[in-house]
Ligand binder design. Structure first.
Ligand code: NDP
Ligand code: 2IT
Length: 453
């Protein structure tokens, strides 16, 4: 086929939208990747001939199932659960589980698609998957959460396995939920294997898995700044979210000499002009993980801080670096313009696809250093990969070794992004393009080796 006969980019994107009606998040994620890949494969016939991008953008399978559970009032509740197994060309499917009322098939397909590239970027042998349910853990008792997790696993267990598909946590799924799900898997199968990651340290979990995503996002930010001859000392950071990723990003910013001004949840954000220092981060971890409280409670404890409610987001607070660490599409075009106007120099996405397509264009046009989630937040799944290795070998590595491996992996991802995202003459680095192409190439070359399957 002559290059001119290839389906053009617009037709490809229109095709994705047509085949996936009502799935805007999935179409958004595929569009963002396709723009860069089309450029890269323009003169590479095998990728066209074997329809590689078209195949990566069609999940291997989407499993959906009913999840029934009984609430504390004795009422029967019905939720929908999914596992999207996007691509296992370079390793078992791997990716988190999200419990949030906004979960749909579109959201999980976008996440599984992104995960495929992210996992390839880590350099570890992991394919891409994602799962979840439209269950709202907020306000539920621990027993209700346990019953939900058990019921969810009653179906999921038949689709996963240490060499098949290895889920982990994501929004609404932390150590507690992984414990309940692992316990139910073990009960159903009578097997103790590394079928989930993010487990407790007593039953096969890895040191620093909890911290890894937030730490990794800051390591990546630091690498980008270093590449420009800068560091984090004395820089002001605005962070959204107050969960696993946000609190550990805040912790690492503090450790590297920066100052954290904000954190948020879906109700609003806190602004602390004195900085959200380590003792304050510890307070928030306890508030969120043990007391299951809200970020607004911070200002009762720390009087110098303000709470901005009504679902307000923190992007109007002037800063040097911004880390969106809550959820998808939480930073739009207008907010990106505000950040640029206020002098932001770098953005590192702790969350998955938190910046809208239009927002990323604003950052790129203003030459703001911008790390996409699939590169910046890969530290979490990378340490999950290390947890899988430890489980297979039935050993536990020491914290210093794991810290070193995490830093090494984040630096490796940075180098891979530079390889494909640098512009001639050493100017602005397009990390989005770099991550997309480096991630794609590894998966694509494995797929070529397999022929048409
Ligand atoms: P958590 O459940 O620990 O925290 C989520 C945080 O984001 C909470 O503060 C939550 O506020 C806020 N949030 C969630 N949904 C919304 C929403 N629709 N609008 C506003 N705020 C919202 O999740 P994580 O920290 O684990 O995940 C955060 C992001 O990082 C997600 O995009 C996830 O996919 C990504 N990620 C997570 C990894 C991990 O290892 N955990 C790895 C890589 C990426 P509230 O409590 O009000 O809902
Ligand atoms: O988005 C992600 O990378 C995660 N939620 C972590 C996945 C994992 O398998 O550790």
């Amino acid at each position: 086929m002559a290059v001119s006969d290839h389906v053009d980019l617009n037709a490809f994107i229109e095709g994705v939208k047509k085949r996936n009606p009502g799935q805007p998040e999935f179409a958004q994620a595929v569009t963002e990747v396709a723009v860069d890949i089309y450029d890269f494969i323009a003169d590479k016939e095998p990728y066209h001939k074997y329809q590689i991008l078209r195949r990566i953008a069609e999940p291997d399978r989407v499993i959906s199932f009913r999840v029934c559970w009984e609430d504390d009032g004795g009422n029967i509740r019905v939720q929908r659960g999914w596992r999207v197994q996007n691509n296992n060309s370079i390793g078992p499917y791997k990716g988190g589980i999200r419990f949030h009322p906004s979960v749909t098939e579109s959201v999980l397909k976008f996440l599984a698609f992104e995960q495929t590239f992210k996992n390839a970027l880590t350099g570890l042998p992991m394919g891409g998957g994602k799962g979840g349910a439209n269950f709202n853990p907020k306000g539920k008792s621990a027993n209700e959460v346990m019953r939900f997790c058990q019921s969810f696993m009653n179906e999921l267990y038949r689709h996963i396995g240490a060499d098949v598909d290895v889920p982990a946590g994501d929004i609404g799924v932390g150590g507690r939920e992984i414990g309940y799900m692992f316990g139910q898997y073990k009960r159903l199968t009578n097997e103790f294997t590394g079928v989930l990651t993010g487990k407790g340290l007593e039953f096969g979990g890895s040191l620093i898995r909890t911290e890894a995503t937030g730490y990794g996002a800051v390591y990546f930010l630091h690498e980008m700044l270093k590449h420009q001859g800068k560091d984090l000392v004395g820089l002001n950071a605005v962070i959204s979210g107050s969960g696993n990723v946000a609190t550990h990003a805040a912790e690492k910013i503090n450790q590297l000499g920066g100052k954290v001004l904000t954190l948020s949840d879906s109700e609003g954000y806190i602004y602390d002009p004195d900085g959200i220092t380590q003792d304050k981060v510890n307070f928030i971890k306890e508030l969120k993980n043990v007391k299951r409280g809200r970020i607004s409670e911070y200002v009762k404890e720390f009087k110098g801080a303000q709470f901005h409610g009504g679902g307000a987001r923190p992007w109007s607070v002037p800063c040097d670096v911004a880390l969106p660490c809550a959820t998808q599409n939480e930073l739009n075009e207008e907010e990106a313009k505000t950040l640029v106007k206020n002098g932001v120099i770098a953005v590192s996405e702790g969350a998955n696809m938190p910046t809208t397509l239009e927002g990323t264009h604003v950052f790129k046009a203003a030459k703001v250093i911008f790390a996409p989630g699939k590169a910046a937040n890969a530290g979490g799944v990378a340490v999950s990969g290390l947890e899988m290795s430890q489980n297979s070998a039935r050993i536990s590595w020491k914290e210093e070794e794991l810290q070193r491996m995490l830093l090494d992996i984040m630096q490796g991802i940075h180098s891979r992004c530079l390889e494909y995202g640098s512009t001639a003459g050493g100017g602005y680095v397009d990390y989005v393009k770099g991550a997309n192409i480096a991630g794609f190439k590894k998966v694509a070359d494995a797929m070529l080796a397999y022929g048409v399957v």
